[in-house]
Design a protein around this ligand. Sequence first.
Ligand code: NAD
Length: 297
Amino acid sequence: MNVTVVGSGTMGNGIAHVFAQFGHDVWLLDVSQERLQTALATIEKNLKRQAEKGVLPAEDVGAVLSRIRTSTTYEKTFLEPSELVVEAATENPEVKFEIFRRLDELCGPQCILASNTSSISITRIASQTRRPEKVIGMHFMNPVPVMKLVEVIRGYSTSDAVCAQVMEISKALNKVPVEVRDMPGFVANKILMPMINEAIITLHEGTAGVEEIDTVMKLGMAHPMGPLQLADFIGLDVCLAILQVLHEGFGHPKYAPCPLLVNMVTAGKLGVKAGEGFYVYTPGSKELRVAPTFSKK
Ligand code: NAD
C-alpha cells in the first residue's frame, strides 16, 4: 500500500517505521530537512534495536529503511497515488485543519485521511474536507513500534467501509485496533487524564509525596509506571491541553486541571523533554530522582 505520514516527530517516525516494517511504501513529510534526517536516524536506531532483540531479522533493517522516502513539500506526485495518509503533526487545531485542506486538494479520491490526534475532534477535522466519510482517527500509542493498541476513532460521518478498512490495516501491522466514537478524549485519554490529574491533586493537597503516590499505583494497582512519572513522559503541557479539551467538551468541573499542573506548565517544567517535571532527568542516566521542589525538606 502507498502510505504518507505527515509529521516526523515522536509519533510520526514511529508510524512510518511500523508501516515500512510491514511492507508498505511510505512517504514521510515534515517542514524541514533537518527534522526528517533526525526522524530517519531515530527509525534506523529503533530498527537496529529490534534486530538486536530478535524482533526483526537483522538483514531486513536496510530494506525497511529503503521503503521510506522523505519530502518537505506537499507534492501531488506522491499524494495522488497514496491510499492512506496518517497525519501526526503538531497538536494544534489550526495546523491540522490546514494540513487536511491541503491533503483533500492533492490526494486522490480513494485516499483515506487519518489523524493521530490525541484530543482534537475527528468530526471537526473531517469538516475541513470534502470527504468526511473518509476521515478517521488512528490513535497510535507511544512508542509506536512497541505499543499494540490503535484507538480507531469514527467521526460523525466516517463510513462503515472506511472504518472496517482501517481496522484491517491496523491488524495487518500486528496491532490491536479498538473502535471508539468521536467524543472528547476518546477512550484512552478520557480515562487516563483524570487519573493523572487526580494524582497531581493528591500531591498538591499534601496527602503523599511524588514517590509515594507512584509506588501506590505501581505496586497496588499493577501499573507499570506511576501516574506522575507517566505524566512526565507524556509531557505536562500535553496533559494540560487534553484536560482542557475534556473540561471544555463535557463542561464538567471534574475535568478542571489541577492548579499545580497549570503552574508547572507555566514554569516550563514539562517533564522528560524539559529535563524536569515531577522528577529530574539527566541525559544518559536511568536514575529517577524526585524534583527538588517535591523532595522532602
Ligand atoms: P512532535 O512535536 O514530536 O512532532 C510533530 C511534528 O510535526 C514535528 O516534527 C513538526 O515539524 C511537524 N509538523 C508541524 N507542522 C507540520 C506541517 N504543516 N506539515 C508537516 N509536518 C508538520 O509531536 P508528537 O508527539 O509526535 O505528536 C504528533 C501527534 O500525535 C499529535 O497530534 C499528538 O497529539 C499525537 N500523539 C502524541 C503522543 C505522544 O505520546 N507524543 C501519543 C499519541 C498521539
